[in-house]
Design a protein. Structure first.
Length: 198
């Protein structure tokens, strides 16, 4: 009994559950400039067996999707913690600024993560659903949008904002859009989409 408690306590002191340890390790490798890390490199960095990342995720693409999910969760928390704005358009632009700031905190890491999002893995990711949920939160009840088109706006805008923002991030990821142009272009796309509903 004592050895089980000791083992359990020891595992708890090592940190988060195994899945989080693997994602944390992937993030460290990216921060060290090792975007081309192998699953063996990842297992070593995480302190787990070679098979463990495969058993938990199935592929490197799935791990990168988990890193993307982590970024969307962080952006959502930051957005939710900001002072509330009464207008849906202003909230959407605040969400844009929040995500852009997050992307620019670690551009090398975030470009590496974004570069994997179009890569198929053994199972599909959930980036679109997570991104759509962020824009749904930002739109709220659609305050300030055209009352006659409000239902339509709340139905289609979250997905369109997800597609539009992802498009801008894709060009940024590919190096065609410099860091200092990311916010301006992301805001322009969001504003264009919103304009049809004011």
């Amino acid at each position: 009994m004592t050895s089980i408690k000791t083992s359990s306590t020891s595992a708890g002191m090592r940190g988060a559950p195994v899945r989080n340890r693997i994602v944390d390790a992937a993030e460290r490798l990216l921060r060290d400039g090792r975007a081309e890390f192998s699953m063996r490199d990842l297992a070593t960095e995480a302190g787990v067996s070679f098979a463990t990342p495969f058993n938990h995720f199935g592929s490197k693409a799935a791990i990168m999707h988990a890193l993307s999910a982590r970024r969307i969760e962080t952006a959502t928390r930051r957005f939710a913690a900001a002072p509330p704005l009464p207008d849906a358009g202003d909230r959407v632009l605040l969400a844009v600024s929040t995500v852009v700031e997050l992307m620019l905190e670690e551009p090398g890491v975030n470009r590496a993560v974004m570069g994997w999002l179009g890569t198929a893995g053994p199972s599909h990711g959930h980036v679109l659903a997570q991104s759509t949920a962020l824009w749904t939160l930002a739109l709220g009840a659609g305050e300030g949008l055209n009352a006659h088109r409000l239902e339509q706006a709340l139905q289609i805008l979250p997905g369109h904002l997800a597609f539009g923002f992802r498009g801008v991030l894709s060009f940024w990821t590919a190096g065609e859009l410099p860091d200092d142009a990311l916010a301006e272009n992301a805001r322009a796309v969001a504003s264009s989409l919103l304009r049809g509903f004011f």
